[in-house]
Design a protein around this ligand. Structure first.
Ligand code: GDD
Ligand code: MG
Length: 384
């Protein structure tokens, strides 16, 4: 990690609190190369950022929010199923952006992915560059994070949020001024749980810091870059922001996030059409007496038959919900079929799977893509 000491030594030289002219953020890197393992089978054919939330690939919401904060150039750091991003977003002009794509030959981890796209940035050495994990749904005031970065003269500024169980995240204790004291990724022991503040997955990096990450090998920004920067005396600044925040890494979170977008609890300029209690995309068909509530989304070409009730769920394009089915907090994959009177609660049905009539699936059950469940094969309530 040569270079860090030098960087830390000359910090605040040009961007300190007294600086008059503040820089705006115009460039962002989005980390979208993860395998999305915890979201399978949703991510078998589709990388996590391209799974639809509120009717559009989830990434669209992040791109639109970055655009609204003044970003006009975005580099997507891709790896897993890299080939699907560019055909969808193209050069980004439909979103008012210039989007570039960089694919890793082998996954380089979060830090390696950031370093790998550095040559695509146009920013000067002291300019702020926004970096996002590609699976975060948040109402973060991006401009406020950039403002914090510029006024504190930090090398890296991190959006922090508070959670009740921080074990699945990066813990980030700070002093009373918000300066980061340590970075503890996925703490293993109770002694390591020293704070409820976690890394919310959005950063502003001073551009020159990106160039200090070692090139050409996997690097974890959480396990290597942040601890090394702290050890070298760099200034990492945390901004605790308790606005809406959700990591969409699990099916339950993904379904929740999509519903919250529809319900207006999570802000996005990219929701297609009018929202409210439900979002029915063009070409979807819904029987007159079917009931859709709780932020349910019905994708293009999907069909919800008579008497079906769907609460807080995502029905992906081309799926069929047969008469009388009851679906709650679930995600139904592309072209999947849910049979008559089947009751699904908290489940994920993979693309093309067929659930026969009169099944009862619940509590985190996942049905793989193209699987067939015969009528009445799964029931929990037959002895009641
Ligand atoms: N290009 C590229 N290459 N992207 C990657 C790679 C890679 O090798 N590995 C992961 N990513 C991307 C993922 O696609 C995701 O958008 C982001 O990096 C973070 O990876 P996750 O796998 O979602 O990490 P996590 O959720 O366990 O933890 C991260 O996010 C938490 C907040 O949700 C960490 O940053 C934690 O510190 C943080 O608290
Ligand atoms: Mg994640």
């Amino acid at each position: 990690m040569h270079g860090l000491h030098t960087l830390a030594g000359r910090k605040n030289s040009s961007a300190g609190p007294g600086r008059k002219q503040r820089r705006q953020v115009t460039e962002a890197i989005l980390l979208v190369g993860g395998k999305g393992t915890r979201l399978r089978p949703l991510t078998v054919h589709t990388p996590k950022p391209m799974v639809r939330a509120a009717g559009v690939p989830f990434l669209t919401h992040q791109l639109a929010r970055a655009r609204a904060a003044g970003v006009d150039h975005i580099v997507l750091a891709t790896s897993y199923l890299a080939e699907v991003f560019e055909p969808h977003f193209g050069d980004g002009s439909a979103l008012g952006l210039h989007i570039e794509y960089v694919t890793e030959d082998e996954p380089l981890g979060t830090g390696g992915a950031i370093r790998n796209v550095a040559s695509r940035l146009h920013s000067g050495p002291d300019d702020p560059v926004l970096i996002f994990n590609g699976d975060i749904l948040t109402g973060l005031d991006i401009r406020a994070l950039v403002h914090t970065h510029e006024t504190t003269g930090a090398d890296v500024s991190l959006h922090l949020t508070k959670v009740t169980d921080p074990r699945a995240y990066g813990l980030v204790p700070t002093d009373e001024t918000g300066r980061v004291l340590a970075f503890l990724e996925k703490p293993q022991t109770p002694e390591e749980i020293v704070t409820d503040q976690i890394n919310a997955g959005a950063y502003v990096f001073r551009r020159s810091i990106i160039d200090t990450i070692p090139a050409g090998r996997p690097v974890s920004v959480e396990r290597e870059t942040f601890p090394d920067l702290l050890a070298a005396g760099a200034h990492l600044q945390g901004l605790v922001d308790s606005t809406y925040w959700l990591d969409l890494g699990t099916p339950a979170a993904f379904v929740r996030g999509s519903a919250d977008l529809v319900l207006g609890r999570a802000p996005s300029p990219a929701i297609p059409g009018r929202c409210g209690d439900r979002l029915v995309l063009p070409t979807a068909r819904v029987a007159a007496d079917a009931k859709l509530t709780g932020g349910t989304v019905v994708g293009e070409g999907a069909f919800v038959a008579e008497g079906a009730r769907v609460f807080g769920s995502t029905i992906l394009p081309g799926a069929v919900i047969e008469p009388g089915a009851v679906i709650t907090d679930s995600l139904i994959g592309t072209r999947a079929v849910v049979g008559e009177r089947s009751v699904l609660t908290g489940t994920v049905i993979g693309d093309g799977a067929i659930i026969g009539a009169d099944n009862e699936l619940r509590d985190g059950m996942r049905v793989w893509c193209d699987a067939r469940i015969p009528a009445g094969a799964v029931r929990f309530s037959s002895d009641q």
